[in-house]
Design a protein around this ligand. Sequence first.
Ligand code: ZN
Length: 287
Amino acid sequence: MKNIKLSKKPPDSNNRKKGKPVICYPVNDLQNSNFFIYQEARNHITAKSQTIIPPREARCFDVKAGQFFRIESIDGPQVGDLNLFQADNFNEKFYSGKTRALHGTHLSTGDQMWSCFPYLRPLATITWDTLDWYEFDKDGASVHDVIGTRCDPYTAKLLDDHDYHHCCHSNLIRALVNEKKININQAENLVHDVLNVFMCTGFSKDTHQYFMKASPVRPGDFLEFFAETNLVGVLSACPGGDCSSEHSSDNSTCYPLKVSVLSTSSKHLKGWLPSLTSSYNQKHGLK
Ligand SMILES: [Zn+2]
């Protein structure tokens, strides 16, 4: 938080702070040529399956490459924590840190969810966001962040010294164990930092700490994705509800979430270029 300063300020400190910000990873060259195909294709999508995520629980869902999936608020304001895996290889999973470095702190239409090394490819592309009007508010907050992690029982234990089993981390683990028959130790390592769907967050202006505020999501709002490869998604309906007050407890009002998988015929995806894993040779300078 940079509250404690033990070092002497150098005489040229002002000069040293004069550097201009340079975007670390300009994404202009990544312009997704498929995006207009998705926008046209989504006019011809039909629902294939639906999954209801009960409050304070998580569920898995399968999406084939070329299908869309939609996460929807149904009964009341509720945020969701999303994990994504490549369906044929769970080692390839969503990389929130690199996605943040590429697309910024909060995602919306046109942004992509990237997979971890050594794969580094888009797992999914966001094709519609009914909350895109929110932009960034006066506190610097916005929705759908990749700056938080996922609520978890370890931090709850650290800060409040209690065992709570319905944090998103545990919900995601139970879903993988119960539905994908993965053992608990493997599942613990597979669960990763999430896309915080519908969650409204930012960094405080004074200490730059992660904060949350009441989500603006309302029933009928949705975030829609195009699957760039075969996917398994796991979504938790966070115990924080709309995250207006607290999480990691049973104190907040929680609602279910709905996931719909939608498909279109291949004729509407003509010209779609599939997502390829990184072509880096992985030698890392070694022979
Ligand atoms: Zn949570």
